[in-house]
Design a protein around this ligand. Structure first.
Ligand SMILES: [Zn+2]
Ligand SMILES: [Zn+2]
Length: 466
């Protein structure tokens, strides 16, 4: 009898991990990083709660670290088998895992210094860039919509989830004693109103479904309202001449913003001299997006290709890449008329902080918040109306206009989640809600009960049969 055990993303949205075991094989579905409060993140250093030597294959749904971020540790701890993912996910992970490793090394070095001074033992990074280089050899990219054997009695097939480039819904076919059962793991489902990517694929058959529920309790603000507001801010900023800063995540949101700025450019509404993408990681991620532009939705790819522009970056002709520190410092010196996209998305690190330092005190500058800002981050403080921005001991007065656009989201809304799961034919498969805060999961469960479903909310460590 095949079983699945929930090892993560049960109480919240991070640390995704599900272990599938049959008489013949063991497959680990996702190996995500726990993200959030410092105390919770400590658990990333704990030994894995399952036997690594028994795992035959690892399967990943998409590149986000809360789904993949512990894979290099799994390999460093001794896992030597294949790690399956889609091809774009593989390319993105080369960037994301290297970046995660260098951040972890920097953090560990800082913490060790502090501990040495206090007479305490030093700490090791969760994994190093060398660990990532070694792990990458085991990463294997598969195409969408092609069934592939990954272990004895277990096949998978990747379907497009439309959440970030390369994201997937995973169909898992499990055969035992001549009987085949099908598990569908939703991964993170995309927002069908978002630009560039396709809508999540609809799947009609399954015995068991694991569905994410990040926005299980709410719908997004309509996308057309968000885009109108975005246009209004850009036009207003250009009339008073100030710079516009857009803190953004390197993968996904940045590419959507480039596309929307391209739309404004082609409407003749972008008076700014230049849009600077001031982030080596976001530039590399944009190049990966361009390599797989054939996975974009038809409407947006036609718009990008209209008039002979072949790529997303060329669709916005005033887009300039700034990779080196010198280039970034030159952007710092521009007093007006520029749009700067830089990370980190929540302003807690990265080059955006230098741009905030040079612009927040200017009355004609604008900061446009296009992504989620967690409580306690500097980005959230700006959204909440902070009058002073603290940076490396310096206090910067906030005189710039801060605009918050809540409508951009890479996740399916409550209505979209319900529409997706209702595509499954009756009798309904068994449904488990994962990857959501407790309130979001409960609200979604109640809604789905009204639609004839009997959704379950699994707890950490729970084992179910498939
Ligand atoms: Zn995700
Ligand atoms: Zn996620």
């Amino acid at each position: 009898m095949a079983t699945l055990t929930f090892y993560g993303a049960t109480e919240g949205v991070t640390g995704s991990a599900y272990l599938i075991e049959t008489e013949q094989s063991t497959v680990l579905l996702e190996c995500g990083l726990i993200q959030g409060r410092h105390e919770d993140e400590e658990a990333n250093n704990d030994p894995f709660p399952y036997n690594i030597n028994q795992i035959d294959a690892v399967v990943l749904s998409h590149a986000h670290l809360d789904h993949t971020g512990r894979v290099p540790k799994l390999v460093a701890d001794g896992y030597s088998g294949p790690v399956y993912m889609t091809q774009p996910t593989r390319d993105l992970l080369e960037i994301l895992h290297m970046d995660a490793a260098s951040l972890q090394m920097k953090d560990a070095e800082w913490e060790s210094k502090r501990r040495r001074r206090a007479g305490k033992p030093e700490v090791d990074a969760l994994y190093t860039t060398d660990d990532v280089v070694a792990a990458l050899k085991q990463y294997e990219g598969l195409p969408y919509r092609q069934r592939q054997k990954i272990a004895d009695g277990i096949d998978i097939c990747y379907r497009d989830a439309g959440h970030i480039l390369g994201s997937s819904i995973v169909e898992i076919f499990i055969s035992e004693q001549g009987v085949e059962k099908k598990l569908v793991f939703s991964g993170d489902l995309g927002n069908s109103d978002a630009a560039l990517l396709k809508d999540p694929e609809m799947i009609e058959e399954a015995d068991v479904v694991l569905m994410e529920s990040t926005y299980g309790d709410r719908d997004h603000k309509p996308m057309d309202e968000t885009l109108e507001e975005f246009e209004r801010i850009i036009v207003e900023a250009s009339s008073n001449g100030g710079n516009i800063l857009i803190p953004s995540f390197a993968v996904g949101r940045t590419q959507e913003i480039i596309f929307h700025l391209g739309q404004l450019y082609h409407k003749g509404l972008l008076d700014q001299q230049a849009v600077y993408l001031d982030s080596p990681m976001a530039i590399s991620a944009t190049e990966v997006y361009e390599r797989y532009q054939y996975t974009f939705n038809k409407e947006d790819s036609e718009e990008i290709n209209h008039g002979g522009t072949e790529s997303l970056s060329k669709y916005l002709p005033i887009l300039k890449y700034s990779r080196s520190t010198e280039e970034s410092m030159a952007v710092n010196k521009i007093a007006a008329g520029a749009i700067v996209i830089a990370g980190s998305g929540m302003c807690n690190g990265g080059r955006i902080r230098h741009h905030l330092k040079h612009n927040l005190w200017r009355r004609d500058a604008h900061v446009v918040i296009v992504g989620y800002q967690a409580i306690g981050t500097p980005g959230r403080a700006l959204v909440d109306g902070a009058k002073v921005f603290k940076m490396a001991g310096e206090e910067i007065a906030v005189k710039a206009s801060i605009h918050t656009l809540g409508g951009f989201s890479a996740h399916a809304s409550q209505t979209q989640l319900i529409r997706w799961v209702n595509q499954f034919k009756k009798p309904h498969p068994r449904l488990y809600l994962v990857h959501g805060e407790p309130d979001a999961k409960k609200a979604l469960r109640e809604k789905l009960k009204g639609e004839g479903w009997e959704p379950e909310i699994p707890h950490m460590g729970q084992t179910i049969t498939i």
